[in-house]
Write a protein that binds this ligand. Structure first.
Ligand code: EPU
Length: 337
């Protein structure tokens, strides 16, 4: 095993805090997994990392092995009017989406430009602009790192829900491959926000196609969400809270313009960005961490942020929103301490 020592993690997670790993391994070959799992037993813990777009390292990792999952490969399993493909965990998500579009396989276009890897996509059931990845996952393959046993789970067994899955709850279930089903027929999903208008403007006189929609999503994301290569961030920092319908009704009497989305089971999802903005926190800074001006749900590293800045800003937002609206905001990223 080619273990590297004292590797900076600054470029390996998108919040770009200045932290390092004492032991680091870049895992590229699928068939090295058994050897890797055996070797990992020598450490107190193993931290599995994709592209670090939803992980925040709050301190140096001195007591464990950090493994960057960099396996790649895409295999067609079955093809007729639909296509079933198996994709290695380390593939870059956006490049994979572009690859599907180039092949005329549709369904993932609304999830364009989401930072991260394919293997991370089921963990928090990534979703954007009216589509969730669970809508296209057939099976997830992986290994239970506690006992080394391989697993395969169908869509139901993954227990997907909003920003959640069995993998989020059980970090010992390491995902090695994800199987997707995509359609050869393009069905647009453009009801969310401004997407229909932007996509139609891009299409002009042409018949609307999946590339138009993908480009509309890319344009919209670029306008609102900071590029993590330029300004460190982990996308949405908090989940959109889901509250009982009665409570949402009470809030709506006070704040009739509050964006809200009715869910199943008499629940209502509320836009956390709106709560943060209304609480007067847009642009608020703690040290070198700030609430992003274009999207209040995104916290940015304005340069040289340290872990304490992250904790201070996160705690300030949570306590202010709780006091003002009676709602507890739950963090979306994984914190490594
Ligand atoms: N809003 C504000 N202030 C802001 C930003 C937004 O009041 O600063 C309001 C908007 O006016 C809108 C509502 O909040 O009515 C929702 O905003 P937006 O459409 O930007 O989406 P979001 O709920 O903030 C979610 C996802 C994003 C995803 C977008 C688009 C979560 C936690 N986040 O954000 O996902 O891109 O919808 O579908 O569900 C991510 O997970 O990292 C992520 C970026």
């Amino acid at each position: 095993m080619q273990i590297q020592h004292n590797i900076s993690l600054q470029a390996l997670h998108t919040l770009h805090l200045d932290v390092s790993a004492r032991f680091f391994y870049r895992w590229q070959e699928n068939d090295k997994l058994d050897e890797l799992l055996a070797h990992a037993k020598n450490y107190k813990r193993t931290i599995w990392l994709g592209s670090g777009s939803n992980t925040i390292f709050l301190q140096d990792v001195d007591d464990g092995l950090v493994v960057q999952i960099a396996t790649n490969g895409i295999e067609v399993i079955e093809e007729d009017e639909q296509v079933r493909i198996s994709v290695s965990a380390g593939n870059n998500w956006h490049q994979f989406v572009q690859y599907t579009l180039a092949n005329g396989w549709y369904g993932l276009e609304n999830l364009s430009l989401i930072p991260g890897t394919v293997g991370a996509s089921p963990v928090q059931n990534i979703g954007a602009y009216g589509v969730e990845v669970k809508d296209h996952i057939t099976r997830v393959f992986g290994v239970n790192t506690d006992n080394g046993e391989a697993f395969v789970m169908n869509n139901n067994e993954c227990q997907f829900s909003y920003r959640n899955s069995i993998f989020k709850q059980s970090p010992h279930l390491l995902i090695t491959e994800v199987e997707f089903v995509l359609s050869k027929q393009f069905i647009p999903h453009i009801d969310y926000g401004d997407i229909a208008r932007v996509a139609q403007a891009i299409a002009g006189n042409e018949k609307l196609n999946a590339n138009h929609v993908a480009n509309a999503i890319i344009q919209t994301r670029k306008a609102k969400l900071p590029n993590p290569d330029k300004m460190g961030n982990v996308g949405s920092f908090f989940h959109n809270p889901i509250v009982p319908a009665d409570y949402a009704k009470e809030l709506l009497q006070k704040y009739p313009n509050m964006p809200h989305y009715p869910q199943a089971d008499e629940k209502v999802k509320i836009a956390a960005a709106w709560l943060i903005e209304q609480a007067g926190l847009k642009g608020k800074k703690c040290g070198n961490m700030a609430v992003h001006q274009q999207q209040a749900l995104v916290l940015v590293n304005t340069g040289g942020a340290i872990a304490q800045d992250v904790i201070d800003l996160k705690s300030l937002i949570q306590s202010t929103v709780l006091e003002r609206f009676g709602i507890e905001l739950i963090c979306e990223p994984r914190f490594i301490t």
